[in-house]
Design a protein around this ligand. Structure first.
Ligand SMILES: [Zn+2]
Length: 361
């Protein structure tokens, strides 16, 4: 009910010229919009998970708007430097991609290059070294793709593959994850399990592999893209943030050394995997020489934002073009539910997180 009202309000604000005034305002000039993407579909991934994937057409429209609005799309490191030096150009934007899926190379990069936009890829390096689909997402995709079926367990496989509806699909996915955990399956064993699930559900796994769907960039591709100016930064080696300081450190150091081997550069910017932030992470990141870290909190950053808690706008298929445009102009941040709620309650956004984090850092 609220969403149609919000969209109608955004259309009205656009018609009244508020977007144009906002995008050129001093308020917007002092702020940096960091866009977050995960993937641009090779086939139908946006229909499977609209929170993770955009269609190529949607992504192209987003980038066209950045150009039309005369946005200054900056490399992330420069954008962060200039944010804190109070030296941002008007309509500043930085573009980031999480994880480093192959589709960045195949689908997003040509569009970015067409507009001359720089981008940062936060690369999780484990699956880079193992040219296989990322187990969790690939498993979810295959179960969705073959939805409507039921393959009962038998002597060859101990788990019912029930994907008749959304609920049974989720249960089956959960059961397969439990199986991996109970048996402490290695990466290779998980890949074999995925292949078995695909085979039993009559999914064309060979084609899936050859299309490179839900696979990460290889080391060779990463090196090639770095040579073409793509910026690769930290996202942990195995896409996890352990609460044990030594394990956390190892995740960053392994990630950094793998990135260095591929790109020749030392990565100093970080993105929290799955947006998980704990107050204890901040001093650990500082000790590791990390200069900035991005979250999945929606917002624009200004010079008072903590560099290790930079908000972003996570752009998804579920967001309409006008919502995207409202964020580029700054209006989207002002009318977001969180900001309005905070204003109504007469308090700052994210007070608990900031307070907790400052207490330990
Ligand atoms: Zn991620």
């Amino acid at each position: 009910m609220l969403r149609p009202l919000k969209l109608a309000a955004l259309h009205a604000l656009g018609t009244l010229g508020i977007f144009d005034r906002a995008v050129n305002s001093r308020w917007r000039r002092e702020r940096l919009l960091i866009l977050c993407y995960h993937g641009v579909s090779l086939e139908d991934e946006h229909a499977w998970d609209p929170e993770l994937y955009l269609s190529p057409q949607q992504f192209a429209l987003r980038m066209q708007f950045l150009e039309k609005a005369n946005c200054h799309v900056l490399p992330l490191a420069e954008a962060v430097d200039r944010l804190y030096a109070h030296d941002l150009p008007p309509r500043s934007v930085a573009i980031t991609f999480d994880d480093g899926f192959y589709d960045f190379y195949a689908q997003a990069l040509p569009v970015l290059q067409q507009h001359g936009f720089p981008a940062t890829v936060y690369l999780t390096t484990y699956y880079c070294d193992h040219a296989q689909p990322v187990f969790n997402v690939a498993c979810r995709y295959i179960l969705w793709k073959q939805r409507g079926r039921l393959v009962p367990r038998d002597s060859g496989f101990e788990c019912d593959l029930d994907v008749r509806d959304t609920f049974s699909r989720m249960q089956t996915f959960r059961r397969l994850l439990d199986l991996c955990e109970e048996r402490s399956l290695s990466g290779q064993e998980k890949h074999q399990l995925l292949e078995m699930v695909a085979h039993r559900l009559e999914f064309d796994f060979t084609r899936f592999l050859s299309r490179r769907m839900l696979q990460l960039l290889t080391p060779t591709e990463t090196a090639r893209l770095a040579g073409q100016g793509v910026d690769f930064q930290l996202h942990t080696h195995r896409h996890r943030t352990p609460e044990d300081p030594a394990c956390f450190r190892a995740e960053i150091e392994d990630n950094r050394s793998r990135l260095h081997a591929m790109t020749g550069a030392t990565a100093r910017h970080f993105c929290y995997p799955s947006g998980v932030v704990q107050p204890s992470f901040l001093p650990w990141l500082r000790d590791l020489g990390v200069l900035s870290a991005t979250t999945c909190e929606h917002g624009l950053a200004d010079a008072s934002t903590m560099p290790l808690l930079l908000p972003r706008r996570v752009d998804t298929s579920g967001a309409s073009q006008i919502e995207f445009e409202s964020w580029v102009c700054g209006v989207g941040a002002l009318v977001s539910r969180k900001t309005l709620g905070c204003w109504l309650a007469r308090r700052q956004p994210y007070p608990i997180a900031i307070k907790d984090i400052e207490a330990v850092s």
